[in-house]
Design a binder for this molecule. Structure first.
Ligand code: UD1
Length: 420
């Protein structure tokens, strides 16, 4: 296993290009199960998670070729429609093969993903939505077994205790495109990645309206054909790089972004004293001073993304004064707090809130990554800490950031990989 070692204190400078979105690519790859024709997906990041999805698709009868960000998927054989526990348990997003499998083949057996370090993460909304489409669902030996004779469109309310669900919206939408009649999903997730999936499905011949809003309308069709699609830029990677620029008081230009997807983050950072240009496809981060404290609450899109919470906490650790961050999507997603405190941060956790008293500086320490975004927050803290920080268990980081280490090196960071 490798660890990342960072010598903090360098101001980042230069240009960096954001990769395609992991969270867009994963359901789009799963959607290729809806057709036996060839699909070409571009700008797919080379990550542990996308490679896990390739394995799942191969196990489900697809040929998958990956070359320089372009994935070509062709149909190889009829599928048993079984997504194995070994693969689904390593990546929750694998669960989104359920909707397309049962939509296309009228049967599926997909392992329940289980909880993870950021919380319990149930799948009740996925199952509720699929049941409404006339799919019979049972749980057998840790697997969801789904069967249907005819999928029928329905009016489905998909809101849950914590708001809308991204992958439940994806799963239901993917099953509904091949259902008979009309489906309306209310309280649908509005995340750009859901809209990107809908755009891909439309290219395949699906009839979808309202994606990107809380009400999605789907008119079922009989068949879908192959399609070509380029995934949107990764807004979470872009946001992480924005914070890397700010935390090091650097001067960087971030390319391949859709600024409109980063509205809540930019708004909060501007409130904190940062300023950015007006372009939509690049962001210049130029900051020469410590920022002011702010209060942030994570919410479903277009609110502040929970996937940016940990990175924001790192920035708060070095702002002047007391900031409060409230986690409304995953109230237990605070594994990074104890590690950041080991680096000299002053963070107190109270239920779903973290109260952060900004320190004049952090100090490097050996720390341990617990999940994907927590790993990113530790790397960010390492960039500004005095001395050496080593982040172990970086396989978490490799799940979701393509070449982060070399991108940061190119910006002048002193960061390298060592064997643990
Ligand atoms: C997706 C993202 C993940 C992000 C999350 C929230 C992908 C591959 N992953 O995960 O990076 O952190 O959105 O923006 O896109 N919930 C239920 N019942 C359900 C499903 C979800 O109660 O059936 C709850 C969850 O526990 C959570 C909230 O709803 O509290 C939102 O979760 P959800 O949007 O479903 O997250 P994912 O789609 O799994």
């Amino acid at each position: 296993m490798d660890k990342l070692v960072i010598e903090g204190g360098c101001r980042l400078k230069g240009e960096v290009t954001v990769s395609g979105s992991k969270n867009s690519a994963l359901p789009i790859l799963a959607a290729t199960l809806l057709t036996e024709h060839t699909c070409i997906i571009k700008d797919v990041p080379n990550l542990r998670d996308t490679n896990t999805m390739f394995k799942i698709l191969r196990s489900l009868g697809k040929n998958v070729e990956f070359d320089k960000g372009v994935v070509t998927i062709t149909h190889a054989r009829c599928t048993e429609c079984v997504a194995d526990y070994k693969l689904v348990s390593t990546m929750r997003a694998s669960f989104c093969v359920l909707g397309p499998l049962v939509g296309k083949y009228k049967k599926a057996k997909v392992s329940l993903p289980g909880g993870c370090v950021i919380g319990v993460r149930p799948v009740d909304l996925h199952l509720k939505g699929l049941k409404a489409l006339n799919i019979d669902i049972t749980i057998e030996s840790g697997y969801v077994v789904a069967k249907a004779r005819i999928l029928k469109g329905a009016h489905i309310y998909l809101g849950g205790e914590y708001g809308s669900s991204v992958l439940a919206t994806d799963n239901v939408m993917m099953a509904a495109v091949l259902s008979q009649g009309k489906t309306v999903i209310e309280s649908a997730a509005c995340e750009p990645e859901v809209a990107d999936l809908a755009e891909f499905l439309i290219k395949m011949g699906a009839k979808i309206k309202g994606h990107g809003t809380p009400t999605i309308e789907i008119e079922g069709v009989r068949h879908l054909h192959g399609a070509e699609h380029k995934v949107i830029p990764d807004r979470i990677e872009a946001g992480t790089l924005v914070i890397a620029g700010l935390i090091t008081q650097g001067d960087i230009v971030i390319k391949n972004v859709l600024r409109r997807h980063l509205g809540a983050l930019i708004d909060k950072l501007e409130e904190s004293g940062a300023s950015f240009g007006r372009e939509d496809t690049l962001i210049r981060v130029h900051c020469k001073r410590r920022l002011k404290p702010i209060n942030v609450t994570t919410l479903p899109y277009p609110g502040f993304a929970t996937d940016m919470q940990a990175q924001m906490v790192s920035l708060m650790c070095v702002t002047k004064g007391i900031s409060v961050i409230t986690e409304k999507i995953y109230p237990d997603r605070f594994m990074h707090v104890a590690e950041l405190n080991r680096m000299g941060a002053h963070i107190q956790r109270e239920g779903p809130h973290a109260i952060v008293e900004g320190a004049a500086h952090l100090s490097g320490a050996p720390v341990m990554a617990s999940d994907l975004r927590a790993s990113a927050s530790l790397v960010l803290a390492g960039l500004v800490a005095k001395g050496i920080t080593s982040v172990s268990r970086i396989y978490h980081l490799e799940r979701g950031y393509e070449n982060l280490e070399s991108k940061l090196q190119k910006l002048g960071a002193k960061i390298w990989r060592e064997k643990e």
